[in-house]
Write a protein that binds this ligand. Structure first.
Ligand SMILES: Nc1nc2c(ncn2[C@@H]2O[C@H](COP(=O)(O)OP(=O)(O)O)[C@@H](O)[C@H]2O)c(=O)[nH]1
Ligand SMILES: [Mg+2]
Length: 202
């Protein structure tokens, strides 16, 4: 791990339930999105090396807000932890409201630099993940697929899943790539760190 990581001073900025409450739309923002329980908050905590930064939960569907974190006070570079989608146990109405908030965020946010789409490596590319990938494709927004919880699989299965994922993206004619990650073991942290730095242009 690079000791000069730009993410070490990341701090919580705001938790918003509506777009009008978002911090000012300048600088650059990278959104962490994915299905509920895929490990969005854990990946964020791993990349910032701060286990207490974003709340993680064993119970899916807990995060209803968009949580914004500031990684750089001067440039106002930020990470947005979006609510998880696709959690069956909340009401259809609540799911609709979350989807609406995520959609509105994606379409409104001028400072959005790229999407980190987090999936459980064992259950990747669900319909809701494809909806995000399609949105990235239509809007020409860079994205990265993070196949999290790789510690749950053997090395050969990990390689298999990454290859499968990259093939899916290639067949869709997309520039996005997939990488294996484990918040638990910090596998893949260098690659993710490098990608995010490039997006933030630092
Ligand atoms: N084994 C394993 N568990 C993980 C990993 N990342 C997250 N988890 C667990 O998955 C659950 C959901 O994580 P969380 O970060 O809250 O997911 P979110 O809902 O997408 O923000 C928690 O119980 C985490 O401890 C990982 O890389 N490996
Ligand atoms: Mg979360």
């Amino acid at each position: 791990m690079n000791s000069r990581s730009i993410f070490f001073n990341t701090r919580f900025l705001a938790s918003v339930f509506s777009l009008k409450d978002l911090p000012v739309d300048t600088g650059l923002e990278i959104a962490f999105c994915g299905r509920s329980n895929s490990g969005k908050s854990s990946v964020l905590n791993t990349i910032t090396r701060n286990k207490k930064l974003a709340k993680t939960s064993k119970t899916p569907g807990r995060t209803r807000a968009i949580n914004i974190f500031c990684i750089d006070d001067q440039k106002m570079n930020r990470i947005a932890d979006l609510p998880g989608y696709g959690f069956a146990k909340v009401s259809k109405q609540t799911q609709k409201e979350w989807a609406k908030l995520i959609n509105a965020y994606l379409n409104a946010r001028q400072s959005l630099r790229g999407l980190v789409i987090i999936m459980d490596i064992r259950h990747s590319f669900k319909e809701s993940d494809f909806a995000l990938i399609d949105w990235c494709s239509e809007t020409n927004t860079p994205f990265l697929v993070v196949l999290n919880k790789s510690d749950k699989l053997s090395n050969s299965k990990i390689i298999n899943e990454v290859e499968k994922a990259n093939l899916i993206l290639k067949q869709m004619n997309l520039r996005g790539q997939a990488l294996a990650f484990s918040s638990k073991k910090t596998t893949g942290i260098e690659k993710l760190d490098e990608k995010l730095k490039r997006w933030f242009d630092v």
